[in-house]
Design a binder for this molecule. Structure first.
Ligand code: HEC
Ligand code: HEC
Length: 368
């Protein structure tokens, strides 16, 4: 029988804690005070052997747990990942413009939680109030993070093109504690939960209908490569470090804006992303998604043979690989659970972190 990953993780933690309690206990048990009043350790070959064995268990447990933690490249939350960020200068108060837009906004206006810039009003239907302005104090305008066109960014989610029932179900999950990030440091997911909790059913329906009326169209370009730009994270978004240096990609997908200033500085909802992925990842992912390999079940049965969604089951084609991996990892860890998510368990529970990466590379590379 195959143990679920949460069960495995718990077993490992148990082993580690037990070893840590046993180790000092064993050492203490071997202590005695000699005639000069000095504390001595009496250790036969057998006790020495057990101490070494326990030390071994501890380090192996640590290695396994480290290897199993939330993939840093997908969550972008660890302090190390933020290293190298350029120092914040004085606030830029100049008026900004974008090509083919009548808009003129300062950076403060662009990032206004209750009235973010709408650069291209012609790109989308008229926004309901909740998308354009939110509702003070808790409900930030959805358009700030997910953009008025629903394209979203890797550190949040693309929300265009989902069916309204799926969208509403996710809001219910956020509200009722069935959906949170496996990495509690991911603060924007915590903000998302607070927003959902403060919303009325009518507001949720208006937001769901608005974004469901839009199609999901290509937004992320997957590029297989041996090297990726050296990056730092800013609130979960990977941005290239100054100097445009490259480094080995390793077991990561690095999803970063095509133009960092247009995305991070100006929140241009027409400027998309590049996902650098390891060589061969798309093909390996395809085998996992479509194949019959005993590790998982074919995804197309529920998500549609073209992976563009089927009824209330969400589309996966062309979505952000970082986002997709966070969701699958959250499901493995059980922080996204309950109704509907149960259906996903047999699909994700047997997958390794490398499998998740390859699957996400393949799904993101599909034309939506
Ligand atoms: C502070 C940024 C932010 C704002 C503002 C925001 N969201 Fe989100 N949203 C997120 C994040 C972060 C996630 C989840 C990402 C994750 O779990 O990895 C998310 C996820 C979602 C999802 C789930 C998408 C999916 O594919 O399952 C929905 C639906 C959603 N948001 C709706 C809304 C609505 C409606 C509003 C406005 C009332 C809103 N969001 C405002 C950050 C935000
Ligand atoms: C038995 C049906 C079924 C199968 C098979 C299935 N899924 Fe799902 N999947 C679902 C359902 C239902 C949801 C929505 C779950 C929820 O609401 O939490 C979902 C959600 C997801 C999500 C989250 C999407 C989002 O926007 O947040 C991802 C990622 C995903 N599935 C990937 C896969 C992959 C990869 C496979 C194949 C290895 C797969 N699924 C196989 C039913 C299925």
């Amino acid at each position: 029988m195959c143990l679920g990953r949460p069960a495995l993780a718990r077993a490992r933690e148990f082993l580690l804690v037990a070893a840590y309690i046993l180790l000092p206990a064993l050492v203490l048990a071997c202590c005695y005070t000699n005639k000069h009043g000095h504390m001595m350790v009496y250790a036969t070959m057998t006790t020495r052997f057990f101490v070494f064995l326990l030390l071994g268990v501890c380090s192996a447990g640590h290695l396994l747990m480290a290897a199993d933690g939330p993939p840093v490249w997908a969550y972008g939350t660890s302090p190390e990942a933020a290293a190298g960020a350029p120092p914040k200068g004085a606030p830029d108060t100049s008026i900004k413009h974008l090509a083919d837009s009548q808009g003129a906004f300062t950076k403060a206006q662009i990032g206004d939680r209750f009235a973010p810039a709408d650069w291209y009003p012609g790109d989308h239907p008229v926004m309901p109030e909740i998308i354009s302005h939110g509702r003070k104090p808790e409900v930030w305008a959805c358009g700030l993070c997910h953009y008025p066109n629903g394209k979203g960014r890797p550190e949040n989610a693309g929300v265009a093109g989902y069916s309204a029932p799926y969208f509403i179900e996710q809001m219910r999950k956020f509200r009722e504690g069935e959906r949170s990030s496996a990495d509690k440091r991911k603060n924007n997911t915590n903000v998302m939960i607070a927003i959902a909790k403060a919303m009325t059913d009518d507001e949720i329906k208006a937001a769901a209908d608005y974004y469901a009326a839009m199609k999901w169209t290509p937004w992320i370009k997957v590029v297989e490569t041996k090297t990726a730009p050296k990056t730092y994270t800013n609130v979960g978004m990977y941005l290239p470090l100054e100097g445009n240096e490259k480094e080995a990609i390793g077991e990561r997908i690095i999803e970063t804006p095509v133009d960092a200033e247009e995305t991070e500085g100006l929140r241009n909802p027409r400027s998309g992303f590049i996902a650098y992925a390891p060589i061969g990842s798309v093909k390996k992912g395809e085998a996992l998604v479509t194949g019959n390999h005993g590790k998982s079940v074919a995804c197309g049965v529920c998500h549609g043979s073209d992976l563009k969604g089927l009824g209330p089951v969400p589309g996966l084609a062309g979505r952000s690989p970082s986002y997709l991996v966070r969701q699958m990892y959250d499901m493995q860890q059980g922080t996204r659970h309950g109704n509907w998510t149960e259906l996903m368990k047999p699909a994700v529970n047997g997958l390794s972190s490398e499998d998740l990466l390859n699957i996400a590379a393949y799904l993101a590379s599909r034309t939506p």
